[in-house]
Design a protein around this ligand. Structure first.
Ligand code: ADP
Ligand code: NI
Length: 217
């Protein structure tokens, strides 16, 4: 199968897999990450096929929606790629991206690194920032029946990976626990620049949120 046909088949597979996904992790999230990744990839020497497949398959079975099981996504992606006779080296690289892309709190060491992982990770992080990032956070919070904000529950900046996953904190805390930290964790220059703009936008949102919360008219 040539590259274009493989990407086309992957898009069809991902759309089908994510048909019932939560709004922030649906096909349109994948489409945005794919577009972000292609944009960043223009400015970095990298393997485009790996970047494209990594972006398309990175959330094929997010552990958040599979009882915390982190092996479902990589397994599903491997099966798909093998059934399409993709080169072994490419399969291993794409699987490594899926296994290592996720934000795991501050102190977790990454076991794998590559330019292609850096690009797809930046592309995914950009979609957690800005207007879309705000929309996704509140959508996820609603999906989990979380409060919007509770001034009596302070953000926890020292959560372990397990605590982070189990957290039932109000959605606004997620901005301090994750979203506002992403700007300084970007891998590529292009990603960093876009993240800075989206970060400032979120700070403006938070200032307005607190003003309205406090009854300012
Ligand atoms: P990653 O895939 O990088 O691990 P997540 O899956 O945690 O990132 O986040 C994906 C999206 O879901 C982001 O837009 C993020 O803001 C949102 N999200 C994840 N956890 C929470 C949470 N506890 N509260 C609100 N939004 C969340
Ligand atoms: Ni994602």
């Amino acid at each position: 199968m040539n590259d274009a046909a493989l990407i086309h088949a992957t898009i069809t597979f991902v759309k089908q897999q994510l048909a019932d996904a939560e709004g922030g992790h649906d096909w349109f999230h994948i489409q945005r990450v794919y577009n972000n990744a292609l944009h960043i990839a223009e400015t970095e020497p990298c393997n485009f096929t790996v970047v494209k497949l990594g972006a398309l398959l990175h959330d094929i079975a997010d552990s958040k929606f599979h009882n915390g099981d982190e092996t479902v996504g990589p397994r599903m992606a491997r099966k798909f790629l093998e059934s399409n006779n993709v080169d072994k080296d490419i399969i291993e690289h794409v699987i490594a991206i899926i296994e290592n892309i996720s934000f795991k709190g501050g102190n977790t060491e990454r076991s794998f690194s590559s330019k292609e992982l850096e690009i797809v990770q930046d592309a995914d992080r950009l979609d957690a920032l800005g207007a879309i990032g705000i929309a996704r956070a509140f959508n996820y919070g609603g999906f989990k029946n979380r409060a919007l904000h509770d001034p009596n529950i302070a953000p926890n900046l020292n959560m372990s990976k397990e605590e982070y996953k189990k957290s039932t904190a109000p959605t606004l805390n997620h901005f301090y626990e994750k979203l506002l930290l992403l700007k300084n964790r970007m891998n590529t220059q292009t990603g960093k620049k876009i993240a800075e703009g989206r970060h400032i936008y979120m700070e403006g949102f938070l200032a307005q949120f607190y003003a309205e919360w406090d009854g300012e008219l």
